[in-house]
Structures are given as structure tokens and as C-alpha cells.
Design a protein around this ligand. Structure first.
Ligand code: AMP
Length: 847
């Protein structure tokens, strides 16, 4: 279907991702190139291919290529814990995985052949761009999606092409996409609505617009994207629809002409709210269907002013039959409750490698004359309404939906039971505020200590995706039982108890910012009291609650923070730092946050941003790092004549962030000299300096250039060892002091480099000026000096510093040249040693 559409729309845009796009022809050609490669690796019909990619053009190319080669895809969500991915890989035994070099690291050990779509593309692009001969039949698998399983492991639902073909044809005949349509892709490949989001537009000539990775959780971003890109088709779960309707700018989303809402019951109130906010008729649809029936099985077009209490799920889609049956598989009367059974073209082949479960859930269809026809037992309780619409009433088992994520409570309980300290557990879904369901785990431990809760939580986190994590943990002496020995669910205490078991880690707010934040959290999360170290997610927060918290934060602090800020800084303590900082940042002229998160005192590094990036990635994640950039480095006119003034101004600024010591200071090259002067001034102001680190910094006036002949032989030696790449590297290095190698490949490299060179020249002029007038004083404390093993200038021992240090001079040699010590692989050793020095400095300054 896609290839036929390519012939009709070859030069039209097929897919858009941020500011990149591919036409139908380009997308087809790339997918073909990859598909040939996959064929060479043995991919054909019924061969499973893992796909571990974030939303990107490559993800779409990858999916099409797998199908073109004849294979079936298995989503491996990069955000899932590696134990869960390991289970899927083990279960499916996928022989090939599509991923990228960076995501490869997050995959657990496996025996599959890996195709990296970023680093490997040069090789892949040698393949033919022509279509392959397609060998699949409608009965071959198209994908396996894993969904929660009550026995402790997820189960793979195997879907053949037939079901998806039916789904797409039904969508097209019912809602008719045209070339003018733009369909938003915001759902992870692990959930089946992503399938229609991707293939419906691509098979019918519309445009596919990909939300950026993580963007699906950010309502402000989504509303912006819809109005900017003029999106016409979108899928939402009810909880997301609710928050989107509250977003600023939702009234600008008038281009929407089809919304599929599904995944769980859609309240009539929400539908009315939709009509009051967006006066769009015939747009919103309540779609119902389990993964086992190829996405949607029934739908209802939402209407104004009906008498329904909950929105009906409507009637079956094309080639689909719905039966509401009693326990003896007899149809119940109109209005009577029964289990919803689905028959027809959309049925899965069953559960992967689970014949018993397949037989239990996929039963022979007693109403069909077609040989082999089956019914899927959904476990959903439903009834027929008088007007022929179906109403979903609830579940017959302990499967729940939390923000439309399907969760078997039994799976969470089974994973809990694997922890050696857990004696008994029960997991329930609570809904204290309507529309805000969350999981609570009630646990009986063999050691009744609060500290163990964190350990159990970590244990679960390593095994379950975030959406399956209980928000509350309540430790009980014993589970409450009814007189006849069954669990008494109604006697389970309210999770207000969550607070009690966190008591040991409770830290009360310490200033006005933290106090205000605590009040907001308490109100939105309904937990009292909230400590500044409590984790937002552990208290029941999730991305949609985060939106509410941030709306309140905006009111209180007049600061509009993106959802990702709270997701990355999930405690009040961390969020308060960001808020204080965003206030402060407007007033800073030199200070730049390089890695602002973490509970340790910040490390201030002088003169540079980009050069320090690799180093920062290897430091402790709790270590905040800030850069200090002088005027000339920022391309501003230089106002200060002396180095002492620069250091003085830097200190003024760092003290707005950290008013009192112990301070951690450092700098590379001349940046080290500024850090040295800052340390001197701070000490004379009565402050403690816990760390002064100089990264290949020469004491001014003590260097001599290496004579030309020596320098020549140095380069010649390298050239003879490494060959022509050495020269290229050398030139690149000269250019890439601020930009990493990766940036050099960027198309803007030339422009940036020229601009950078001009800036560098200005910088060197000022450095020379500062160095000429600077008279360094004797330093009484300790200096840590990291020296490059390869020298390009003649230096005195310890780069000249011995004569100035009256305290202690600790020096280390790091392999590499002046800039090479800050780059891979040398930077790892540097970071390791630096971290030790930081920690030691902090400990001794506390004594
Ligand atoms: P999933 O396999 O994740 O799509 O989950 C399927 C289950 O979600 C169904 O069996 C229902 O319990 C529930 N569900 C899906 N759509 C709806 C809907 N529109 N209204 C009520 N429940 C729904």
C-alpha cells in the first residue's frame, strides 16, 4: 500500500520531524536501502526484528524497511528498564535489532545482529533504492506488542498484516484522509495506536508529523505543535485530552478534524468540556479495542447534549463482530451485562509462545460458519443499549487502566513477590480524585523497616516500566482478612500512610521558595506534609499531575517551566534550585549552568563551555557544574583591563548562586589562572576553597614555545605513527576547541568556525594583556594540577607552580595534549581523578 502511494505522491512530503523531512520518494528509497540489508541478514516473513529507536525519521525508515524485507517488528522502548527489554529479547529471540549507536548502550546483553541507523548509514546507503519483491501474505506477522501479563511477565500479542489492513481500510473509508491532512505521531511504538498513526497517512498520501522524543508528555508542546503544524488528525487518551483542553492556545487548534480518543472510558463531562472549548462537530471519537484485536474494534462519534452517563463505545468497525455473552457463551439481553467478545478480521494470532493462554482467550466462534473463526474474550464487562450502541461498564478481572496504560495488578504483585524481603503484597488502583487513578502497593515485609521501602521501590523500577510503578507503598504488619480468610480490600488503609513510611527521609522546607512549592505539591498531590527530598513520582505524581503543578508554579512564581523540568528535577529541593536559578540567570553576565542538577556544592569552571562537556558527563550526577565566560569569549566588548577585576566580577556572580563556601573552582589553560586568582580573593574574603584545580595551566611567564625544529619532529612523529588522519585531526582540533568532533560534521560548521576563530583571536589578545600585568601571589592552600602528557611548549616542572604554592601542590599527568586531556578517551581518567579530588576537598573542608 505504501509503495503504491509512493508512485502517486513521490514528491510530496511524507514525514516531518522537527525541521527535517522526507518526501515519499526519499522515504521509500531509504527504506529500500535498509530493507536490502535486512534481507541480507536473513530477514523475511515471520522473522522478528527488534526496533529500539526514539521518534525520528530513522524510526519510520526502520519500520518500513522491516516490513519491506518481509519481517515483523518488535518495539523495544528505550525508556523501559533493561530487565524488561531483556525479557522481550529473550522471549522473541530476535535475530536483528535496529537502533542507534547511543541507544545501543541501554540495551541488555543479547545475541542479535545490530544495525545502527546513524553510524551505519554510510554503508547502508550503498544498497539499491529500488523496491524489493514483497513476499508477505496477509497471514504473516506484522508486529508483536508486549502487554502486561498477570503471571509476572508481559505477554506478546502477535498481529498479522490482515488485521492492520482491515484497520487502515476502515479508517480510510470512514474518516477519509486526503493529501491535505497532517497526522500527528505522539504514541510510543509499544502501544498499538502508533500503528495507525504511522501507516494510515503513509498509505493514503497524507503527511506524518512526528512529535519530538518525550514531547508526547508535554501538553504545552503538543498544543503548540498542533497549531504551528496545522495538524488535522490526532490520537489522545482521555487524561491527555483533559489537560490539553486546559492549555493556553488550545483555541488555536481549529485545524483538527479527527480525534481518536480511547484506551479507557471517556466521561461525558469531558466530551461536553471538549465542545465548550473547541466548537468542533464530528471530530471527537470514542474508540474502543484491545491490542488483541488490531487496535480499534468499535467506535462512537461523540455528540453534544446526550442522555448517556458514560460515552458509549458505539458499534463495531468494518469486518468485526461484537458479542456480549454470559458465562455459557449465550448472548445476554439488551441492557444486560455480559463479557464483550470480539470476532472478525482484526483478531491476533494469539499470544507469542503461550498456547495455553491463547486457547483460553481465543475461543472457537460458536456463531460463525467460517472454519477456524474465533472470538477473543476481552474480559470487559459491557451491555447493549436500546439504540444499538454498546456501553463499556468495567472489567471482570484485575486488569486496570492508569492513564490508559494497561496494567495487570497481578504482574506488579508477582514482581514484588520476587523481592526476598517481601512476604505478602497486594496492589490496588485507587481513585481518590475522579479521573486520577494511581497504584498503591500494600506490602508485608519480613523486616519491618522503612528504609527497605526504597530498596523495594528500586527493585521494581529495574523491572517495570514507569507507568506500572506503584505511586504509594504502604507497609503493613499483615494484610487485612475477611472472616472467611479472603483479602479484605475495603479494610486496606488509605495511602495517607505513605507519609508515615517516608518519615525517616523527611526534610521540611527551608526557605520561602521551598515552602511555596511544598504547598503546591500538597494541594495537587493531596499528600500532607511533603518534604523537600520526597520524590514527585513516589508521592503519586505523573506527567499529567506535573502539568497541574507547573500551572500553579507559574501563578506563584511567574515562571513558565516545561514539564521536562519537573520530570528531571523530581524533588522540591531540586525544583527550588531551578526556580531560584531562573530568577538569577537573568541577572548573570558571566555564569552559565552547564549541569545545574545535583545536591553537591557547584563546581565553577572558568573560560569555556563546550570544552568541559565531556568531562561533566563523567562526573557524579549529583555534581552541579557552572561555566564562567568572559566578555571576549561571549563576543562582547572587553570592559575589564585586569585579571583581578575579572576574578572579582566572577566572584560577585558565583556568590549570588552560592553565598558561602566551601567553593570548588577550576579552569583549563588560562581559565586556571583566573580560578587561581578567584581562590586568592575568596580566601582573603574569609571563605573556604575546598578545591582549586588547574587543567594544564601554565604559570604565566614560565613557558617558552618549543623550537620550530622540535615541534616539526613532534608532528612528524605523530604523522608517521597515525598517517594522514593525524593532519586532519590536528586541523580539526585547532577548530574544535569549543565544538566537539560531532559538531564539526554539522553543516553549519564552517560558519560557526569562522565566527569562533574571530572570537578566539580576540580571546588570545585579552589573555596576553591580562597575563602581562598579572602578578600572582603565593598560595597558602592546596592546588590540584592536571598536566597533559604531550607538551607543545617548553615548561618548567609542575608547569611553574612549585614556586608559588606554599601549601600543597598535587600533580597528575593525563595522557593527551593540551586539549586532548578534555576529550575521549583521556577525559575519563581526568574525570575519575577530579571526582576524587572534589570529594576529598569537600570532606576535609567540613572537618
Ligand atoms: P489495550 O490493549 O492497551 O488497548 O487495552 C485494551 C483495554 O482498554 C480494553 O479491553 C478496555 O478494557 C480498555 N479500553 C480501551 N478503549 C476503551 C474505551 N474507549 N472505553 C473504555 N475502555 C476502553
Amino acid at each position: 500500500m505504501f509503495e503504491l502511494q509512493v508512485e502517486r505522491s513521490s514528491d510530496r512530503v511524507a514525514v516531518v520531524f522537527e525541521n527535517t523531512q522526507l518526501t515519499y520518494r526519499q522515504l521509500n528509497q531509504r527504506a529500500n536501502q535498509l530493507a536490502y540489508h535486512l534481507r541480507n541478514l536473513g530477514v523475511g516473513s515471520e522473522v522478528l526484528v527488534g526496533i529500539c529507536l526514539e521518534r525520528s525519521l530513522e524510526m519510520i525508515v526502520g519500520l518500513l524497511a522491516i516490513l519491506k524485507a518481509g519481517g515483523a517488528y518488535v518495539p523495544l522502548d528505550p525508556t523501559y528498564p533493561s530487565e524488561r527489554l531483556a525479557f522481550v529479547l529473550q522471549d522473541t529471540q530476535t535475530s536483528v535489532i535496529l537502533t542507534t549507536a547511543s541507544l545501543l548502550k541501554s540495551l541488555p546483553a543479547h545475541g542479535a545482529q545490530v544495525v545502527c541507523l546513524d553510524s551505519g548509514w554510510e554503508v547502508l546507503s550503498q544498497n539499491s533504492q529500488e523496491n524489493l519483491v514483497c513476499e508477505v501474505t496477509p497471514d504473516n506477522l506484522i508486529y508483536i506488542i508486549y502487554t502486561s501479563g498477570s503471571t509476572g511477565h508481559p505477554k506478546g500479542v502477535t498481529i498479522p498484516h490482515r488485521g492492520i489492513y482491515n484497520q487502515l481500510q476502515w479508517r480510510q473509508t470512514t474518516f477519509e484522509l486526503t493529501e491535505a491532512d497532517k497526522v500527528l505521531q505522539n504514541i510510543s511504538l509499544s502501544f498499538d495506536p502508533s500503528v495507525w498513526q504511522i501507516f494510515w497517512p503513509l498509505c493514503f498520501g497524507a503527511q506524518l508529523v512526528l512529535a519530538r522524543p518525550g514531547g508526547h508528555q508535554d501538553p504545552a508542546y503538543l498544543v503548540n505543535l498542533i497549531s504551528e503544524q496545522q495538524i488535522t488528525v490526532i490520537a489522545l487518551v482521555p487524561s491527555m485530552l483533559r489537560v490539553l483542553l486546559e492549555q493556553k492556545g488550545i483555541e488555536n487548534c481549529q485545524t483538527l478534524r479527527h480525534i481518536t480518543c480511547g484506551g479507557e472510558a471517556l466521561p461525558i463531562k469531558l466530551i461536553e468540556h471538549f465542545f465548550s472549548k473547541l466548537n468542533l462537530d464530528n471530530v471527537l471519537h470514542n474508540c474502543y479495542g484491545p491490542t488483541e484485536a488490531s487496535i480499534d474494534a468499535t467506535f462512537w462519534k461523540c455528540q453534544h447534549g446526550t442522555n448517556y452517563l458514560i460515552a458509549p463505545i458505539g458499534r463495531p468497525i468494518a469486518n468485526t463482530q461484537i458479542y456480549i455473552l454470559d458465562e455459557d457463551l449465550q448472548p445476554v439481553g439488551i441492557g444486560e451485562l455480559g463479557e464483550l467478545h470480539i470476532g472478525g478480521a482484526g483478531l491476533a494470532c494469539g499470544y507469542f509462545k503461550r498456547p495455553d493462554l491463547t486457547r483460553e482467550k481465543f475461543i472457537p466462534n460458536p456463531f460463525s460458519k467460517e472454519p477456524g473463526a474465533q472470538l477473543y474474550k476481552t474480559g470487559d464487562l459491557a451491555r447493549y443499549l436500546d439504540d444499538g450502541n454498546i456501553e463499556y461498564v468495567g472489567r471482570l478481572d484485575s486488569q486496570v487502566k492508569i492513564r490508559s496504560f494497561r496494567i495487570e495488578l497481578g504482574e506488579v504483585e508477582a514482581v514484588l513477590a520476587q523481592h526476598p524481603a517481601v512476604q505478602q503484597s497486594v496492589v490496588v488502583a485507587r481513585e481518590d480524585v475522579i479521573g486520577d487513578k494511581y497504584l498503591v502497593a500494600y506490602v508485608v515485609l519480613d523486616r519491618n523497616r522503612a528504609a527497605i521501602t526504597d530498596e523495594v521501590r528500586r527493585f521494581l523500577k529495574q523491572r517495570l516500566p514507569d507507568y506500572m510503578m506503584p505511586s504509594g507503598f504502604v507497609i503493613l504488619e499483615a494484610l487485612p482478612m475477611t472472616p472467611n480468610g479472603k483479602l479484605d480490600r475495603r479494610a486496606l488503609p488509605e495511602p495517607a500512610q505513605i507519609r508515615q513510611e517516608l518519615e525517616e527521609t523527611f526534610v521540611a522546607p527551608r526557605d520561602e521558595v521551598e515552602l511555596q512549592l511544598a504547598k503546591i505539591w500538597q494541594k495537587v498531590l493531596s499528600v500532607h506534609p511533603v518534604g523537600i527530598r520526597d520524590n514527585f513520582f513516589s508521592l503519586g505524581g505523573h506527567s499529567l499531575v506535573a502539568v497541574r503543578v507547573l500551572a500553579q508554579v507559574e501563578k506563584a512564581f511567574k515562571k513558565n517551566l516545561p514539564v521536562s523540568t519537573l520530570l528531571q528535577n523530581p524533588t522540591i529541593e531540586q525544583l527550588a534550585v531551578i526556580l531560584r536559578q531562573s530568577e538569577l540567570m537573568n541577572s548573570w553576565s558571566y555564569l552559565v549552568p552547564l549541569q545545574p542538577r545535583g545536591s553537591k556544592p557547584p563546581l565553577f569552571l572558568c573560560q569555556g563551555i563546550g570544552i568541559y562537556q565531556p568531562l561533566i558527563t563523567y562526573l557524579d550526577s549529583e555534581q552541579p557544574v557552572y561555566g564562567l565566560l568572559s566578555d571576549d569569549e561571549q563576543g562582547k566588548p572587553v570592559k575589564l583591563d585586569r585579571l583581578e577585576e575579572v576574578a572579582f566580577n566572577y566572584i560577585k556572580e558565583i556568590r549570588t548562586l552560592q553565598p558561602e563556601g566551601p567553593y570548588l573552582l577550576g579552569g583549563h589553560s588560562f581559565g586556571g589562572v583566573i580560578a587561581f586568582e578567584m581562590a586568592q580573593q575568596l580566601i582573603s574574603q574569609g571563605q573556604k576553597v575546598a578545591l582549586l584545580v588547574l587543567l594544564d595551566t601554565f604559570l604565566p611567564g614560565t613557558t617558552k614555545a618549543i623550537p620550530m625544529d622540535k615541534r616539526f619532529s613532534l608532528h612528524l612523529n605523530h604523522f608517521l605513527q597515525i598517517g594522514p588522519t593525524y593532519l586532519v585531526e590536528y586541523v580539526m582540533e585547532k577548530f574544535s576547541k569549543t565544538y566537539g568532533k560531532f559538531a564539526l560534521k554539522h553543516k553549519f560548521f564552517r560558519i560557526k568556525t569562522l565566527e569562533h576563530l574571530v572570537r578566539q583571536a580576540a580571546y588570545y589578545r585579552t589573555v596576553v594583556k591580562y597575563a602581562k600585568h598579572y602578578v600572582p601571589q603565593v598560595y597558602l592552600d592546596r592546588i590540584i594540577l592536571f598536566m597533559a602528557s604531550e607538551k607543545s611548549v617548553q615548561v618548567e616542572p609542575e608547569l611553574g607552580w612549585t614556586k608559588l604554592v606554599a601549601g600543597e601542590l598535587e600533580s597528575h599527568e593525563i595522557p593527551g595534549n593540551h586539549f586532548g586531556i578534555l576529550k575521549e578517551p583521556n577525559v575519563r581518567l581526568l574525570a575519575e581523578k577530579l571526582q576524587v579530588s572534589i570529594d576529598r576537598g569537600l570532606t576535609s573542608s567540613r572537618q
